[in-house]
Design a protein around this ligand. Structure first.
Ligand SMILES: Cc1cc2nc3c(=O)[nH]c(=O)nc-3n(C[C@H](O)[C@H](O)[C@H](O)COP(=O)(O)OP(=O)(O)OC[C@H]3O[C@@H](n4cnc5c(N)ncnc54)[C@H](O)[C@@H]3O)c2cc1C
Ligand code: SF4
Length: 508
């Protein structure tokens, strides 16, 4: 028997490696897999380096590890089953759709077998979610409360600690001008990571030759992400000690040049298994109990990890494969090139896209209210936007990008979003300092220099009236649309057409 460990399952604290302490492990680096999208070089470095460090840790602990560096999974299995005919593989259930079927068929064609066991990278088991759920539509708030009760996290008997289930009203602040968040830790590449970095550069730089920029679109700065369990624990300590207290109030705020704000930067470590959700939540709760972090920050953080992360995983599991191509607004525009180049005059988009090109990261509100919001208003096909997020982000995996991008960001299916997350410059200006330095006018909707978010916002409501007007949460904005005269509406439509032309000419 051998434990098959996928590149995002790097844990031996639970799951099949912990249940089978005496069995060997099998890890496969499949380079063709890394060429399926124009991945950010930091993402490839993160995954390959973390896998090799994990292999070394297992070997140092005395375990036999079969480690294949091959072009495809098929070739690695050819080698493996030639050496170990009939091997019985055990695998932690992958979160991404279709992976088990593909692996099982490859293994069985070579005379092996595959047993799939529970995924311990999440806290809520599929049966528990399925018993709770009566959707679609699914409601996050109800699920979050259900899971708080199930786990007992931040509970005082049957009631939430502090008396409220959420403290959102305290968590929508923007920081004062003199606020400086603590610098997030940088994990200097060791020799293994440095070797991977140069290999990624030579093997994959331009290794993807699909549209629009091949593999050359990124502008990578220094690599900084944890690649070992030890580093991931340091990253968690650093967050809890220096940034958790401010996480809540500023979680929706954006400040130019403060790319991390007080976010945890733990998504890569959680998603590849270096950290577990339970330990992360428990550290944050302990900080509150020790008086080191206020309840609004800790609850806000627990809501993300216990609520949203678990929720989107299960919605994805239940709504695939349809969710990947869902497009209820029938949005068919191509993604503007500036998502790859950062070449736009719009101050907000330019700064956020530059951050993605440098680091493969931007924080949640930039993903939702700048990048997805613009694509939604512009009418970008959700699957195209999903591919861009999937390629560009260090923490992107199909199970987490798809519900976030296609549903939350693009209102593709109505599976859990109760309305589109659509906003004009008014929101961006309230939550950021971008608009004051932008050549576009945040208060103008039509005419020269009008902010594209404004024009496209009203154009979006106008174009999607048939589906959205009947949504009771949209009643107020449709009242505002009704107050616009025919002349103004015509000017909005003209300017929207002009903006689309300019975007496709690279002049927005
Ligand atoms: C359009 C869009 C695309 C996204 N793509 C990804 C992605 O590819 N990978 C990814 O892990 N997250 C994704 N998210 C969710 C969220 O933005 C990131 O998890 C978060 O920004 C990661 O940074 P952080 O670790 O500093 O998070 P923090 O803000 O510190 O939050 C703490 C943790 O909560 C979890 N979390 C918070 N929100 C979500 C959410 N909506 N879904 C799932 N987990 C959540 C993450 O594990 C995160 O590390 C996306 C959100 C949107 C709107
Ligand atoms: S004015 Fe418009 S484009 Fe410029 S920063 Fe504000 S929202 Fe972005």
């Amino acid at each position: 028997m051998t434990v098959l460990v996928l590149g995002d399952q790097l844990t031996r604290r639970n799951g099949p490696l912990s249940a089978q302490p005496d069995e060997s492990a099998l890890l496969i680096e499949a380079t063709d897999f890394a060429r399926r999208h124009p991945y950010h070089p930091h993402k490839l470095t993160l995954l390959f380096s973390a896998m090799r460090h994990f292999r070394d840790t297992l070997r140092d602990a005395g375990r036999t590890v079969h480690y294949y560096e091959e072009s495809t999974f098929e070739r690695a299995f050819d080698d493996h089953f030639e050496r170990r005919p009939g091997d019985e593989l055990v695998l932690m259930a992958p979160a991404s759709h279709g992976t088990v079927d593909r692996l099982r068929s490859m293994v069985e064609r070579r005379g092996g077998s595959l047993t799939v066991v529970e995924n311990t990278k999440f806290l809520c088991a599929p049966e528990t979610f399925d018993e709770w759920a009566d959707g679609p539509p699914y409601r996050h708030e109800q699920f979050y409360r259900f899971l708080r009760r199930q786990t007992g996290y931040l509970m005082d008997g049957d009631q939430p600690v502090g008396g409220e289930w959420n403290y959102d009203d305290q968590n929508r602040e923007t920081p004062p001008d003199d606020w400086t968040p603590s610098d997030p830790p940088v994990f200097e590449p060791d020799e293994t990571t440095r070797r991977i970095q140069s290999w990624v550069e030579s093997a994959f730089h331009g290794g993807y030759d699909g549209p629009p920029y091949g593999g050359d679109w990124a502008d990578p700065g220094p690599f900084r992400w944890p690649v070992t369990r030890r580093q991931a624990v340091q990253a968690l300590d650093d967050f809890v000690t220096h940034r958790l207290a401010d996480f809540g109030p500023y979680q929706d705020a954006m400040v130019e040049d403060e790319w991390a704000m007080s976010h945890s930067l733990l998504s890569t470590s959680l998603n590849i298994g270096l950290l577990g959700p339970g330990e992360v939540i428990e550290r944050a709760i302990s900080a509150h109990e020790d008086g080191d972090a206020p309840l609004n920050s800790v609850e806000g953080f627990v809501r993300q990890v216990l609520g949203w992360r678990e929720f989107v995983r299960h919605v994805y599991r239940r709504e695939m494969p349809g969710l990947a191509t869902a497009n209820q607004l029938d949005a068919g525009e191509d993604l503007p090139d500036f998502y790859w180049t950062g070449d736009t005059e719009m101050a907000c988009l330019s700064d956020v896209v530059d951050g993605v090109r440098k680091r493969g990261y931007s924080h949640h509100i930039e993903r939702l209210m700048i990048l997805s919001n613009f694509a939604l208003l512009y009418g970008v096909e959700p699957a195209q936007l999903n591919r861009w997020f999937h390629a560009g982000y260090v923490d992107a995996f199909h199970w987490v990008t798809t519900p976030n991008v296609v549903e939350m960001g693009s209102y593709g299916a109505g599976a859990f979003a109760t309305k589109p997350y659509a906003a004009s410059a008014n929101y961006v200006d309230k939550m950021s300092d971008y608009c004051s330095a932008c050549p576009y006018y945040k208060t103008k909707t039509t005419g020269d220099g009008a902010c594209p978010f404004n024009t496209l916002y009203w154009d979006f409501l106008d174009r999607n009236e048939e589906l959205l007007r009947s949504n009771h949460r949209m009643g107020l904005v449709y009242n505002h649309l009704d107050n616009k005269g025919d002349e103004e509406l015509a000017a909005i439509r003209d300017r929207a057409t002009d903006l689309r032309r300019r975007a496709s000419d690279g002049k927005l």
